[in-house]
Design a binder for this molecule. Structure first.
Ligand code: GCW
Length: 726
């Protein structure tokens, strides 16, 4: 058959196929696809990557060499040889490699986990060296080298040293022991407890993916923790995960339930100052380290949303955290103690974590890290940075962000989160002085994972970008979101600029579009109850006041917004004076945070000259228009993407477009019912009356299926309403 096709035609066909359409792609390989490089660049790179030199049997160095071979074979089309010659790549540390030791490289800049990539003459041969002070540094350097090839940016002469800016870079899984994932939108848990300790090869690929972006820790289970994870039977399984991850530099941590001594230890109390309780935890720590010598430590959610904690015994968060820190310290383990606390009794939820934790500054042991969400409420599309950053100078602090898009459309469409995280990381705390961004005040960074059992890991293909971006920002929190987006697009989809450019621009517009179409101008927490999918600004009857969207909007006939200035809750006073002063001042506060800090009349005059009412509606429309534009743009990119993958993303963008209109219309209909104002000229009225939107009812949605309740998905949309096919 082939012989009947004129050769000339075949050549033309191949010309179009190779550089444009990706090979059949199901997303499993993430950004580590290592697709063939186009000629002539392939030939030029191949000359500089003829062989791999790595003789050590140490597992991490072997993993690095295997990855390098895999990457080079895929991209260059031939497997590299072994041994020194022109074009060799030499991997190792001065301790593992005689050749590297003789080069006397200045590896100081690589620090404990970084690497240097250098072109060098080695025993008369032109070679490339991937060198580091530690084995994991070599592994990170290998991925960095491969990234240069993947993004077609390998310089002729290599001379790069890089090291992570934040020491602890971890993913937090909200995985339950029954296989469900709280706020998970990508299938079931990665950990198959009935199969463990047998290791599914998927877990190795998970560790590789994390190592490729420098993630060096994973919390295995939900901070709404089940104490069973601390039983011997589960710990053995956790140990097998730790064994599998170890070569990739990924340490394992566990969420510990504070009441475990009572629940699985047979004690009558979990009081952190009780000697028997302390002894129980000490023995537990010893048992864990017997199984997992490099166990990372415990993550704890205490006295928060019904989780047990030291306050039940009249003790403080510091008493609780220090008790655990003491038993972990001899093993060099750490405690990540979450500052996500609020209670019904008090008024402004945004103030509560600061009020509880700031007085404890200086009271935590040195192996405790207080883990603070990026904003003061809860992973909203936009929040100002959390006031605890920079304000606990005597305490180690971690920032926690959410990769899984609980409040940001969950599984729908494209929302690239790097800008949101950069915004928080680069916010100026003015503590101790102005010019001190959040990123300079933290010791660790944690991201709530969005990976699950879905073949493509994250369910939605573009959510892989959020995993990638998290790792890259954790490595260097000053890196620009656009550079990260471009890297990801090139590594994942290919380097054709006619494709990369529009993809990056879709990604970069997506987060602001989400803010605009859901909660513009500093509005927050307007999502439907419990599952947080879709709009629910009218909800006002939940018994926990601060779960009500109306609590956050404070909207009435006259105006909208939460007064957090001195005439209101005075949350502004929790920031350094220079920051708080600006937030409190209507002339200084950015539009983006206006309604977070101020209650203003609907007629309030914005910087744009428009009334708040008109501005609000313009923002919703801007959001909807951007989502629409992104959907159209994606449709034009069909020929660059494998068909099933293109179709899946297109369907997801369709849904996002429907949802953004739903958000826009439902929100405007509700605000209108309060303000009584007409929709300004040039903007359309909501398609349905408010009652239509209020009748939309999702009983449960993925990520919010209460384990063991047997509740099935149900959805009651009016005709033409938002999609039920979640
Ligand atoms: O964002 C909220 C989520 C809860 C979560 C909690 C937390 C793990 O709605 O599902 O529980 O935050 O961060 O502890």
């Amino acid at each position: 058959m082939l012989s009947t096709i004129p050769l000339r035609l075949l050549a033309v066909a191949l010309f179009w196929v190779i550089p444009t359409a990706a090979a059949a792609e199901d997303g499993y390989d993430l950004w580590l696809r290592y697709q063939p490089i186009e000629t002539p660049l392939r030939l030029s790179y191949a000359q500089r990557a003829t062989a791999v030199v790595q003789d050590s049997r140490r597992p991490t160095l072997q993993a690095a060499a295997v990855e390098l071979r895999r990457g080079l074979s895929g991209m260059l089309g031939t497997a590299p040889a072994i041994g020194l010659r022109d074009g060799s790549i030499i991997l190792g540390t001065p301790g593992s490699s005689r050749l590297i030791a003789t080069l006397h490289l200045p590896l100081k800049a690589a620090g404990a986990e970084g690497y240097c990539l250098k072109s060098a003459r080695v025993e008369g041969h032109a070679a490339t060296v991937i060198a580091a002070n530690s084995d994991v540094g070599v592994l990170y350097g290998t991925f960095a080298y491969l990234r240069l090839l993947q993004t077609r940016s390998l310089p002729r002469q290599l001379d790069i040293c890089d090291a992570p800016k934040i020491a602890i870079r971890m993913l937090d899984h909200w995985d339950n022991l029954d296989g469900t994932i709280e706020r998970g939108y990508a299938g079931a848990s990665l950990w198959n407890w009935s199969q463990l300790p047998a290791i599914n090869p998927r877990l190795i690929d998970y560790a590789r993916a994390n190592a490729s972006v420098g993630i060096n820790g994973v919390v295995i289970n939900n901070p709404n923790a089940n104490a069973q994870i601390l039983t011997q039977a589960y710990l053995r399984k956790v140990a097998s995960i730790a064994d599998a991850f170890r070569p990739y530099g990924v340490r394992v941590y566990v969420s510990a339930r504070f009441s475990a001594p009572r629940e699985i230890g047979g004690l009558a109390t979990a009081d952190p100052l009780d000697q028997a309780v302390r002894a129980w935890w000490r023995a537990k720590a010893d048992e864990i380290y017997g199984l997992i010598p490099d166990f990372g430590g415990f993550l704890v959610k205490a006295n928060s949303e019904g989780q047990p904690g030291p306050q039940a015994y009249g003790r403080t968060h510091a008493d609780g955290a220090n008790m655990l820190a003491e038993v972990l310290a001899p093993h060099r383990g750490i405690v990540l103690w979450r500052a996500f606390v609020y209670s019904a009794a008090k008024e402004d939820r945004a103030k509560q974590a600061y009020d509880e934790f700031r007085p404890l500054d200086g009271k935590f042991l040195s192996n405790v890290i207080v883990q603070v969400k990026n904003g003061p409420i809860d992973f909203q599309p936009r929040e100002p940075f959390h006031p605890l950053f920079g304000r606990m100078p005597l305490t180690k602090v971690a920032i926690e962000v959410q990769l899984t898009r609980e409040y940001l459309g969950q599984r729908s469409g494209i929302i690239f989160l790097a800008q949101m995280w950069s915004e928080a990381l680069s916010a100026d705390t003015c503590s101790p002085r102005c010019g001190t961004p959040v990123r300079d005040t933290i010791r660790a960074i944690a991201g709530v994972s969005n990976a699950g059992s879905s073949r493509n890991w994250t369910g939605n293909h573009f959510d892989q970008a959020n995993w990638y971006a998290f790792g890259r920002l954790a490595w260097n929190p000053a890196q620009s979101a656009s550079r990260i987006a471009e890297e990801w697009a090139r590594m994942t989809w290919g380097n054709n600029s006619r494709f990369v450019r529009p993809i990056v621009s879709i990604m970069l517009s997506s987060r602001q579009a989400a803010v605009d179409s859901m909660t513009p101008l500093g509005l927050t927490h307007q999502m439907a109850t419990d599952h947080h999918y879709g709009p629910g600004p009218w909800v006002c009857d939940l018994k926990e006041t601060s779960w009500n969207p109306c609590y956050y909007s404070r909207a009435d006939r006259q105006g909208i917004g939460f007064d957090r200035t001195s005439t209101g809750s005075d949350a502004v006073a929790q920031y350094a004076p220079a920051v708080g002063r600006c937030f409190a001042d209507l002339k200084c506060v950015p539009d983006a945070n206006l309604l977070w800090f101020h209650h203003v009349p609907w007629t309030y005059r914005m910087h744009s000259g428009r009334s708040l009412w008109n501005e609000l509606i313009s923002r919703y429309d801007r959001g909807v228009a951007t989502v629409e534009a992104n959907r159209r743009e994606w449709a034009l990119l069909r020929r660059f993407v494998d068909a099933p993958c293109h179709a899946a993303v297109a369907a997801s963008l369709d849904r996002q477009a429907t949802e953004s209109k739903w958000w826009r219309d439902a929100s405007i209909a509700y605000w209108q019912s309060l303000s009584g104002l007409p929709v300004p000229k040039g903007h359309s009225a909501p398609r349905h009356p408010l009652s239509w939107y209020q009748a939309i009812h999702f009983d449960t949605v993925p990520g919010y299926l209460a384990p063991g309740t047997g509740r099935q998905l149900s959805c009651v949309p009016p005709q033409g309403g938002p999609p039920c096919a979640l």
